[in-house]
Design a binder for this molecule. Structure first.
Ligand code: EPZ
Length: 420
C-alpha cells in the first residue's frame, strides 16, 4: 500500500487546473445505462472511483472505453442486471445503477453499500423513492432486489431530508416512468443539476432544474448522451485550503466560482484575500495573520461536508478557538485523532469539533481513513515541522487526480512511496 512522505517547503505559489468532478461523473455514468447505444462523457477524471464505476457497468454488459479524460459507454447489450457486493462495498456510488436498471429492465439486484470509514450510510430514501414509483423492493442476503411489472409509474415523492444520492437515483428512474413525477425537496448540489442537464441531453423531459422541485415527464426511450463533466468544487476547495494553510498565494483555474459561495465566505472570514474571475479563484494568505471561525456544514449551497476535514486542518494552524459542526454526518471525524498526532489540539463534542488552534504542528506517521480525511492530513503535512508519513493513501486516489503532481507544481515537497 502506498504512502506519502511530506516535508514543509514554505508557502504554496502558482496556479493549478482543476479536474472534472468525481461526484458529477459517477451518476452520469450510471445514467448512460438508460439509453441503448454509445454515450460519451468528456473531462472525466482518471480516479480509482471512476475505474470502479466502469467495472460495475462492465459487469452488467456495458462496454467502456476511456481515452485519457474521454469516456464512452456502450449500453446496447446489458445482459446481467446485478451489481455485486465485491464492487459496491468499495464504492457507495455503485448504488446509482439501481434506478436506471429497474427503470429500463423492470428488475435488478444491487448489493447494499454498507457503511464507510466514518459510520452508517443508509439507503432507505433511495428505496422509498423507487417504491413511490411502483417498484417492489425486497432486501435480502445483503442485496436489494427491485422488481416492476412493465414501466415504473410517475408519482409525487418528497425527500424527507436532502439526499444527493437518492435524488440522483430517483431522478434517473423517473425519466423512463409512465407519466409525470414531482420530486420535492430534491438536492440542488451542482452535481445534480449537471446530471439533470445530461439526462435532458439524452431526451429526458425535466423541468425545475436547479430547484428543490424537479418535474419529470417520463418518456419511453432515451438516446445516448454526450456531455462534459463539470469542475470538481471539492478538489478546487482543497487546493484553496492548501494555499491558506501554507499562507501562500494560489490561483485555482478551470473551476466554477459560483459553486464555492459558502467556502469562499469562510476563507474571507478568516482573513484570506479572495479574487474571483470567470473560471478561476485566487486565494492570497501571504504574511496574513488568519483568524479563528465557526463552521457548520449544510446541504448546498451551505458549507459542504466534504470540505470540513480540510478546513479543520487549516484552523488547527490559526491561533484561537474555532469549531466545525457537521450536520450531514455527525460522526465524520476520523481525521481528528490523526491531526492530533501532528500536534493539533481538538476536542469532540457530539457533532462538533472544537479546535484550539495555533500550536506548532510536528511531522509524524499518520494513517488515512477516508478520502477527505486523507486530504486534510496532506494539508497538515505541508506545514508540520519535520517529515510526515501518511499511509493508506489509496483513499486519496479515489477522488483526487494527480494530487501529488499538482501539489508539487505549487512548490510542495512530497513523494509517493510504494510499499508492498
Ligand atoms: C454524496 O453522498 C457524495 N458522494 C458525498 O461525497 C457527500 O459527502 C454527500 O453527498 C453529501 O453532500 C457522491 O456524490 C458520490 P447523501 P451521498 O445521500 O449521496 C442521509 C466524497 O467525499 N441519507 O446526500 O451518499 C445520509 O446518511 C463523498 O466525495 C439517509 O438517511 O450523501 C446523510 O446524513 C463522501 N438515507 C445525508 O442523508 C438515504 O437513503 C446526506 O447523504 C440517503 C442518505
Amino acid at each position: 500500500m502506498d504512502s506519502f512522505l511530506i516535508s514543509p517547503n514554505g508557502p504554496l505559489k502558482g496556479s493549478v487546473q482543476i479536474s472534472g468532478a468525481k461526484n458529477a461523473v459517477l451518476p452520469v455514468m450510471a445514467a448512460a445505462m438508460l439509453a441503448d447505444g454509445v454515450s460519451k462523457i468528456s473531462n472525466v477524471p482518471q480516479l480509482k472511483d471512476t475505474k470502479t464505476m466502469s467495472d460495475v457497468l462492465r459487469v452488467t454488459g456495458c462496454r467502456i472505453k476511456q481515452n485519457e479524460n474521454d469516456l464512452s459507454i456502450d449500453s446496447s447489450d446489458i445482459n446481467h442486471l446485478e451489481a455485486p457486493y465485491e464492487l459496491v462495498k468499495t464504492m457507495r456510488a455503485s448504488f446509482y445503477v439501481l434506478g436506471p436498471l429497474v427503470a429500463k429492465f423492470g428488475k435488478c439486484r444491487v448489493s447494499l453499500p454498507g457503511g464507510c470509514a466514518w459510520g452508517p450510510r443508509p439507503v432507505d430514501l433511495h428505496l422509498k423513492g423507487l417504491e413511490a414509483l411502483g417498484a417492489k423492493i425486497n432486501v435480502t442476503h445483503g442485496y436489494v432486489e427491485a422488481l416492476c411489472d412493465g414501466r415504473l409509474k410517475g408519482n409525487t415523492f418528497s425527500f424527507p431530508i436532502s439526499s444527493v444520492g437518492a435524488t440522483a437515483n430517483i431522478l434517473m428512474a423517473a425519466t423512463l416512468a409512465e407519466g409525470t413525477s414531482i420530486l420535492q425537496n430534491s438536492s440542488i448540489e451542482p452535481e445534480i443539476t449537471a446530471l439533470a442537464n445530461y439526462l435532458i441531453e439524452m431526451g429526458a423531459e425535466i423541468s425545475g432544474v436547479g430547484t428543490r422541485t424537479l418535474i419529470v415527464k417520463g418518456v419511453e426511450k432515451l438516446k445516448p448522451g454526450n456531455g462534459q463533466t463539470i469542475a470538481d468544487r471539492i478538489e478546487a476547495g482543497t487546493f484553496l485550503a492548501a494555499a491558506a494553510i501554507t499562507r501562500g498565494k494560489v490561483k485555482v483555474t478551470a473551476m466554477v466560482p459560483e459553486h464555492q459561495g459558502a467556502l469562499l465566505e469562510v476563507f474571507k472570514n478568516i482573513g484570506c484575500e479572495i479574487s474571483i474571475g470567470e473560471n478561476w479563484v485566487e486565494l492570497d494568505a501571504e504574511n496574513k495573520e488568519l483568524m479563528p471561525t465557526h463552521i457548520t456544514t449544510l446541504p448546498y449551497p451551505g458549507f459542504p461536508t466534504d470540505m470540513q476535514a480540510q478546513l479543520m486542518a487549516v484552523l488547527a494552524t490559526v491561533k484561537g478557538t474555532s469549531s466545525v459542526r457537521d450536520t450531514i454526518y455527525n460522526d465524520r471525524f476520523k481525521h481528528v485523532s490523526e491531526l492530533e498526532r501532528l500536534g493539533a489540539e481538538i476536542s469532540l463534542k457530539e457533532d462538533t469539533a472544537i479546535i484550539n488552534g495555533g500550536n506548532e504542528l510536528t511531522g509524524a506517521q499518520v494513517m488515512a481513513s477516508d478520502l477527505r480525511a486523507s486530504a486534510a492530513l496532506v494539508l497538515a503535512g505541508l506545514v508540520a515541522k519535520g517529515q510526515t508519513e501518511i499511509s493508506r493513501i489509496y483513499h486519496l486516489d479515489r477522488g483526487y487526480e494527480n494530487f501529488e503532481g499538482k501539489l508539487s507544481k505549487l512548490g510542495a515537497k512530497l513523494e509517493r512511496v510504494h510499499k508492498s
